[in-house]
Design a protein around this ligand. Structure first.
Ligand code: DC
Length: 230
């Protein structure tokens, strides 16, 4: 006799929960997302890393940031692996290389292209696995996971963010200048906010959380409190 697994009808399946944490560059999204995920035992998606990986691969191929079709092809063919907090591009570890400011600025430029965003869309959605996902980026709550169970829009004033980024880079042994970082960050904020496709904007149902004067622990706790309250 053949037995068939009884599957619940599509409409009664509970979707894997997602906590979306969006916000501007250096708002602390990545750190907060990792700590929230660790507290809940969930997976993480650093969506900015995919844009940075695309940027690095395009730079390696000497592509121009104006070449939308060429960069979109790179995004589609991206050979990446995320492994225990480390990131590999074509089998080379690039965990630190993608954090360079030059790569971040290139990433911000190519992220404005619809073809690049489309190429990365499904790649992001496959990270949604049980028991849950904490995803950070710019459009997690608006475009990639519009049905996220909790949406947080993390903000911090630009001076606080530039100081944090400066400290991070110096700790990694990468040279950094606060004035240059402030200028780049303002430019990047403007580009991320003003682009026509998936701009950086809080979802209408997002909790806006200002971390300028909060510690990492307080910010994580605030997100966990939002989650408990859902
Ligand atoms: O979060 P980050 O600084 O690592 O992201 C690098 C760039 O990638 C950022 O300037 C804009 C882009 N990005 C995006 O457009 N959408 C996302 N979901 C994540 C990042």
């Amino acid at each position: 006799m053949t037995t068939h697994a009884v599957m619940p009808p599509e409409s009664t399946k509970t979707p894997v929960p997602v906590i979306a944490i969006d916000g501007p560059t250096a708002s602390g999204k990545g750190t907060i997302a990792h700590r929230v995920a660790a507290a809940l035992g969930w997976a993480t998606l650093d969506s900015g890393a995919l844009y940075r990986l695309t940027a690095l691969a395009a730079l390696d191929r000497s592509l121009s940031a104006d070449d939308e079709a060429g960069v979109a092809e790179v995004a589609r063919a991206l050979d990446v692996r995320f492994y225990g907090g480390r990131i590999f591009l074509e089998n080379n570890e690039v965990s630190d290389a993608i954090r360079q400011e030059q790569v971040g600025n290139f990433a911000s430029r190519i992220a404005a292209y619809p073809a690049v965003r489309q190429a990365l869309l499904e790649r992001q959605r496959v990270f949604r696995v049980p028991p849950g996902l904490v995803a950070d980026g710019r459009d997690m709550g608006t475009v990639v996971f519009p049905d996220a169970a909790l949406k947080v829009f993390l903000v911090a004033d630009v001076q606080a963010r530039a100081e944090r980024r400066c400290k991070q880079l110096i700790e990694k042994g990468i040279s950094a200048n606060l004035d240059d970082l402030l200028r780049d960050m303002r430019e990047r904020d403007a580009r991320d906010t003003q682009r026509s496709v998936a701009p950086l904007v809080a979802a209408t149902d997002a909790h806006v959380l200002d971390s300028s004067s909060l510690t990492i622990e307080q910010t994580v706790q605030a997100v966990l409190d939002f989650w408990k309250g859902t």
